[in-house]
Write a new protein. Structure first.
Length: 214
């Protein structure tokens, strides 16, 4: 496998938690990230197909990430995967570091973070749980390999059921907008679309108030 090295700025607190969890599982960071991104790249390409976020959205996402305390890391990756990722970035106008941070967020999210994201913290909390229908070997290493074939299986399933959207299109809370792969202009402050959404929401609330006062 031909490899290349990419540089990414990752939220420092997120990176510390991620590194600690990897160390406790005796997992090498670069090899793990390369594996996960190599698997997820097809899902990302499918979700971003036909989408191109505006320059305003890209600048907003990049700015939100820069406001977080970040640390620069190097990741050794499959060269073909990097080339495919760069093509997706070019077509969709995505922020690459936002994608890397989002991957790490979902890989290492604590119970508190999952609760903040309104996502299940345990497999038995996953809606329409199908965990025991999976053909996973009871041998720990074989079972681990099976889980790594689709590391976001349960989160992807939960997000789709709860929010009716795919994992890379799901809009995170405003505090985590710097980890967005795509944001519509209606999420970007000061844009015309955002102002229209705020106005529409205000009109809706006003109409409800009028109904209650009758």
């Amino acid at each position: 496998m031909e490899t290349t090295k990419i540089t990414a700025k990752v939220d420092e607190k997120l990176l510390i938690e991620f590194n600690n969890k990897l160390e406790s599982c005796f997992i090498k960071r670069d090899a793990f990230l390369n594996h996960v991104i190599n698997i997820e790249i097809d899902c990302l390409e499918k979700e971003m197909k036909g989408l191109k976020q505006t320059s305003a959205a890209r600048q907003y996402i990049s700015g939100k990430l820069k406001k977080r305390r970040t640390k620069t890391i190097n990741i050794v990756m499959n060269k073909k995967t990097v080339e495919k990722l760069n093509l997706i970035i070019k077509k969709s106008n995505m922020v690459r570091d936002a994608f890397i941070n989002r991957i790490i967020l979902f890989l290492s999210a604590s119970d508190d973070v999952l609760k903040f994201l309104d996502l299940p913290q345990r497999l038995n909390e996953v809606p329409n749980n199908f965990a025991f229908d999976m053909d996973i070997n009871t041998s720990i290493l074989s079972g681990f390999k099976s889980m790594m074939d689709d590391p976001f299986l349960y989160l992807r399933h939960s997000i789709k059921l709860q929010f009716d959207i795919e994992i890379y299109r799901h809009v995170l809370p405003e505090q985590l907008h710097g980890m967005s792969c795509y944001l519509d202009n209606s999420c970007i402050p000061h844009t015309r679309e955002y102002k229209e959404k705020v106005k529409e929401k205000s009109n809706f609330i006003a109409s409800l108030s009028d109904e209650f006062e009758k």
